[in-house]
Write a new protein. Structure first.
Length: 431
């Protein structure tokens, strides 16, 4: 390799993304506020900008964060004006290949999540029935068995970190079984998905490792089908390429793992730290469903979802949206929009009761499929029930103020949940 001569021009760095007047006062979409008090951040956004907020992504890239409940409904209901077509993004000329959020935002890909229109519906026709074919009773049985196994590993100690030892491994172990992986692959996939979701320097390599897992699974199931999601996808009459199968399996697993893990940990945190739920834990399991529903309203695992892209210039929430602008779905903020919360007590989110009108699973054509919602709820509810059955005197082992949230504005979970309990015997001691 020869050294460039002095006459050769210096390497040209890509120009920064173009600014626009609306984004002159953009809110940076990072920082400790999203970890500690995101609702305070959202209230400030709503006060300063209204229901549609100019934000800045890491790297200086502009986007719009939709935090109004009505506006979010409009965006997710109008697939013609606001399609999920990432190829429309007007920032592509400026996005570096190693941008940490690239795996989350995605590129135009032949998958259920990164395709639009009829191509998206073609994938839905395959993936939906493959998920629906999972027997709810079998899912619960898997969950009980795997939850017991995880609890056995910690129950004799009297202390544990519930996030690392229970909440994060349980969903991916169950999903791995449902998709067709052997049990010993689950923990490795869990680490890959955690690196991917945190959006740090490991995100790009994690995405590659994730695809390798799925490609190996696809080859194994093509050689030896079973009663699992992958085999049902392969058996679907419409044919797909290996890339399409692999990307859809990645989408199903990623969407089901960490949000479910955070749903479990956020529910347990609520039950361990708020008197109303802590008291009821001592008198049975009456509050499990209430805690889980409150979390979907007040502390939803998926806070921000990317995204939609404007097909043409338009207006939304008093803002001028340009063709190709990215709109991020502020699910967590929209759930607390004052316009839909009127009539609730100032501090009483439990007034939601069993209200399921939250946006925790998004809305519209790309809403989390109902079979996937059912699978997530079975895993979360069963896992919590088994944990409280086995360790009924769970208590937080650190001051609540010392608990740390996941360092991401997109996903809201706990980095750890240290607990103490009376040591109990493993399930093997009863055989």
């Amino acid at each position: 390799m020869t050294r460039p001569s002095s006459a050769e021009p210096a390497p040209v760095t890509p120009p920064p993304p173009p600014g626009c007047p609306a984004h002159a006062g953009a809110v940076p979409l990072w920082g400790p506020g999203f970890q500690t008090e995101p609702q305070v951040v959202y209230r400030t956004m709503r006060r300063d900008h209204g229901p549609v907020v100019p934000v800045e992504l890491p790297g200086g890239f502009p986007a719009w964060l939709v935090i109004g409940y009505r506006e979010l409904h409009r965006v997710t209901s109008d697939g013609e004006l606001f399609p999920r077509d990432v190829g429309l993004w007007n920032q592509w000329p400026h996005i570096p290949d190693d941008w940490p959020l690239l795996p989350m935002v995605g590129r135009p890909l032949p998958s259920i999540y990164f395709s639009a229109g009829e191509e998206h519906r073609r994938h839905v026709r395959m993936v939906g029935p493959a998920l629906e074919g999972a027997d709810p009773f079998q899912i619960r049985s898997h969950c009980e068995q795997l939850a017991d196994r995880l609890i056995d590993d910690m129950c004799s100690r009297g202390t544990a970190d519930l996030v690392a030892e229970f909440c994060e491994p349980l969903p991916v172990l169950v999903l791995a079984r449902l998709i067709g992986f052997p049990d010993d692959e689950g923990i490795g996939i869990a680490q890959v998905l955690k690196d991917l979701a945190d959006g740090g320097p490991e995100a790009q390599s994690a995405h590659l490792r994730f695809g390798e897992y799925m490609a190996r699974l696809l080859a194994a199931k093509r050689a030896e089908p079973g009663d699992d999601v992958t085999s049902r996808m392969l058996d679907f009459p419409e044919k797909f390429t290996d890339e399409e199968y692999t990307l859809d399996l990645m989408a199903v697993t990623a969407a089901g793992h960490l949000p479910t893990a955070d749903w479990i940990s956020n529910s347990l945190r609520l039950m361990l730290t708020e008197d109303e739920f802590a008291d009821s834990m001592a008198h049975g399991r009456r509050s499990i469903g209430e805690a889980m529903n409150e979390v979907l309203w007040e502390d939803t695992p998926t806070q921000i979802l990317a995204g939609r892209w404007a097909a043409r210039d338009t207006q939304l929430g008093g803002q001028r949206i340009r063709s190709g602008d990215m709109l991020l779905l502020g699910l967590g903020a929209a759930n607390t929009d004052p316009l839909i919360r009127q009539g609730l007590s100032a501090g009483g989110s439990s007034a939601q009761g069993g209200n399921g009108a939250h946006l925790a699973f998004s809305h519209g054509e790309y809403r989390c499929p109902f079979p996937a919602q059912e699978i997530a709820e079975i895993i979360a509810r069963t896992g919590i029930e088994v944990l409280l059955d086995r360790l009924p005197d769970l208590r937080l082992d650190v001051p609540v103020e010392s608990l740390v949230r996941r360092p991401s504005p997109f996903l809201r979970g706990n980095t750890s949940l240290p607990v103490r309990f009376t040591p109990v015997r493993t399930t093997g001691d009863f055989s």
